[in-house]
Design a protein around this ligand. Sequence first.
Ligand code: NAD
Length: 288
Amino acid sequence: MPAQLIDGKRLAQATREAIAKDVTELYSQSGIRPGLAVFLVGDNPASAVYVRNKKKACDIAGFYVEDHALPATISQPDLLALIEKANADPRIHGILVQLPLPPHIDSGLVLRAVSPMKDADGFHPYNIGRLVEGDPVFTPCTPKGVVRMIESTGIPIEGKRAVVIGRSHIVGKPVAMLLIHRHATVTVCHSRTKDLPAVCREADILVAAIGRAQFVKADMVKEGATVVDVGINRLDDGRLVGDVDFESVRERAGWISPVPGGVGPMTIAMLLANTLEAAQRAATEGRV
Ligand code: NAD
C-alpha cells in the first residue's frame, strides 16, 4: 500500500489560519502587531522568490512587514547599521536575513548582529545554545516545520530510531537536536558516512536534507518508515524535486512528505509562528 501523505501545504495553511486569529487577538489585547523586518541583499532569483512568499504570508496574517531590498554592492557596515536599527525598533519582533549574502559580506558576523531576541530564523549562537539545552527561544524554521510534520502523523517520536541525512547548521543539526529532545535515538549522516543505505534502513524516521535530487531510493528505506524530504532541487527539465525519489519510496514508506508541497510551506508558516511568539513575549514583558 502506498505511503500516506504528510501534506505540508495543508498543515501550513491550517497553521497560518490559527496564527492570523492569534494576531487579531494579540492586537486587540495589547495593541501589538507582530512585525518582521526582511533583509534581501542582491538579486539572487531563488532568494527573491522565497522572500516574496514569506512577505505575502506575513501580509495575509496581518503582520507589519518592513522590506529592505538592498543592492549587492551594499557595504558590510551599512548592512550592520540597518540591522542595528531594526534591533532597536519596537515595531519589529522578528528579523530575517535571507541567505546567501554576497561574498564580500561575512554572513556569520551579520547573523550574530541580529538581536537574539528578534532572531526569527534562530541562527544566532545564543539561540543555537538554547536549542541544544532543550529550552529554545527561537527554533530554526525549517527544522521546526519538519518536527511538526512528523508529529502530525500521530506516531510517537519517543523511542524511535531517527536518521537525519545532512549536518548543516540550518537543517540537519537542529532537526537532530529537536528529535533528541523528543526522545528519539538519532543518527546524523553526511557525505563521509560509510554505508549510508544500511544506516538509513534502520530508521523509523528518515529526514533527508542533502541537496541532491532523488538521492534516497526505496532500498534505503525501512518498510513503514516516516520519510520527510527537505531537499529542493531543480531538474534540467525545470521540475522541482526533493532529495527523495518520491515515486519509489512512497511504495515502501508508511508516511512521506512531497516536494513541492511539503517542508517548504511549513518553513514559511514557522517563520510566522516564530515572529508571533516573539511579539507575544514582547506583550507579556510590557514592551510595546
Ligand atoms: P547543505 O549543503 O548546507 O548541507 C548538505 C548536507 O548534506 C551536508 O551536511 C553534506 O554532508 C550532506 N551530503 C551531501 N552529499 C551527501 C551524500 N552523498 N551523502 C550523504 N550526505 C551528503 O544544505 P542545507 O542548507 O542543509 O539544505 C539541504 C537541502 O534542503 C537543499 O536542497 C536545500 O535547498 C533544502 N532546504 C529546503 C528548505 C525548505 O524550506 N524546504 C530550507 C532549507 C534547505
